[in-house]
Design a protein around this ligand. Structure first.
Ligand SMILES: NC(=O)c1ccc[n+]([C@@H]2O[C@H](COP(=O)([O-])OP(=O)(O)OC[C@H]3O[C@@H](n4cnc5c(N)ncnc54)[C@H](O)[C@@H]3O)[C@@H](O)[C@H]2O)c1
Ligand SMILES: [Zn+2]
Length: 360
């Protein structure tokens, strides 16, 4: 068991990282939050896999658990599901100090966190992330929310968990595609801040797919540390946390133009990172010509797509970027690599981007 800290003053919290630890959460939680009851939010598939040891450990620690299961998939991350969760919390007499525990991937975590942030103006929130993406990205940092017809993650807030409890063994049941999409964010951390880690991934990424415990521990630890550091320096994403958006501008364009059903988020981000690197090279911002080929090789090794799809109309690409620009109060800020481990954020106009689309 290993502890990392997300250092946010009075909102600081530990990330507890271990192997086969899901059945030990109860006593730890009891010592952290003195509550006699809690609510576990999950979905049926994940709960069938990992619910029993979790419940047993909570019971042993004298915490009675209510279960609220949501349907599997992104479609369930909405206000209607949140409303049903509030009903369950009220029906079970959950009080202000009763924690909500999210057991699952980013969908469960985002929704459960939003419910925790809003029920009684905020109850303690615990993340037990079970996908690679959730372990290295969505469970750390406090962005919680739900989707709206008009846009993904449109309704939400910042609400930090009290604890992130990572059991690496839960990754063993993940389909390969889910591992790959989590790895996209991990490659991103290598590019944005750590050349040595990027080299490590070039040599060891295959071991992740063999579920090698020490490799999983290293990549998840590194991912959490990288995210925790950026979040600690810039909790509300007004500055440096924006580096986490590397690959996300064009990634988001792809997800939107394919109605979120062609690419998983990490796949779109992989293509988006290559797009951003090509733009950085074209603008002369990037000083390292090898960075493109190395990312292409690593991402393909991991089983991620890298090719910008043919035939997407330029006007539609620009339309999405324009909408994002509106959501981000008027500026398009592209995160571009200078070299491995060093990035810059460039303010660009729609016209600038239009000229560059042909290079994707
Ligand atoms: N809050 C943030 O900062 C942040 C960051 C990135 C992504 N997100 C959000 O995260 C969501 C995507 O998360 P995700 O990629 O984890 O997807 P997900 O939660 O849909 O999980 C992917 C699939 O894996 C299954 N699953 C989960 N754990 C499993 C396990 N251990 N074994 C077998 N199957 C398992 C799930 O049931 C699901 O079918 C999106 O809604 C995205 O907006 C949030
Ligand atoms: Zn992402």
């Amino acid at each position: 068991m290993e502890t990392l800290l997300v250092d946010l003053g009075e909102r600081s919290y530990p990330i507890e990282l271990g192997w086969d630890t899901i059945g030990s959460l109860g006593p730890y939680l009891r010592s952290l939050i003195p509550a006699k009851s809690c609510t576990v939010i999950s979905n049926e598939e994940i709960f069938n896999l990992y619910g029993a040891p979790l419940l047993e450990s909570l019971e042993k620690a004298g915490i009675s658990a209510n279960i609220f299961l949501i349907p599997d998939g992104e479609q369930a991350k909405n206000l209607q599901t949140a409303a049903k969760a509030y009903d369950a919390l009220v029906a079970n007499d959950m009080e202000r100090n009763s924690p909500i525990i999210a057991l699952g991937g980013g969908v469960v975590g985002d929704l459960a966190g939003f419910v925790a942030a809003t029920y009684m103006r905020g109850v303690p929130f615990v993340q037990v992330p079970t996908t690679l993406l959730a372990q290295v990205d969505s469970s750390v940092g406090g962005k919680v929310g739900v989707n709206h017809r008009a846009g993904k993650n449109l309704v939400g807030c910042f609400y930090q968990p009290r604890l992130v409890w990572i059991d690496l063994k839960t990754l063993s049941s993940l389909p390969v595609r889910e591992l790959s999409v989590g790895m996209a964010e991990i490659v991103k951390y290598g590019v944005i801040q750590d050349q040595d880690f990027f080299c490590y991934l070039e040599e060891n990424s295959q071991k992740v797919f063999d579920f090698d415990p020490s490799t999983l521990a290293k990549v998840v630890r590194h991912g959490c540390q990288a995210k925790a550091m950026l979040v600690a320096r810039d909790e509300k994403e007004v500055g440096i946390r924006a580096l986490l958006n590397y690959g996300h501008t064009f990634g988001h364009v792809l997800e939107t133009l394919t109605d979120y059903d062609t690419y998983r988020h990490g796949e779109a981000v992989a293509i988006g990172m290559i797009a951003a690197t090509k733009i950085a090279l074209e603008l002369g911002v990037c000083k390292d010509k090898g960075i493109l080929g190395r990312q292409l090789d690593l991402l393909s090794q991991i089983g991620l797509p890298t090719q910008w799809p043919k035939g997407l109309p330029k006007e539609r690409i620009l339309e999405v970027i324009k909408l994002d620009k509106k959501a981000r109060s008027g500026a398009i800020r592209m995160v571009l690599p200078i070299k491995l481990g060093e990035m810059t954020v460039k303010r660009m106009s729609l016209e600038d981007i239009e000229k560059l689309i042909d290079y994707l």
